[in-house]
Design a protein. Structure first.
Length: 34
């Protein structure tokens, strides 16, 4: 159970981190287009 919980936490953290980076890139592209 401990391993599964740690894995879930790691994946969720990685997902949120990648999502933040993608959002930042999209914002930059939008500002350039505008």
């Amino acid at each position: 159970m401990r391993l599964s919980k740690i894995k879930k936490k790691r994946t969720s953290g990685f997902r949120s981190r990648s999502a933040r980076i993608l959002n930042a890139r999209r914002r930059k592209q939008r500002s350039r287009l505008a």
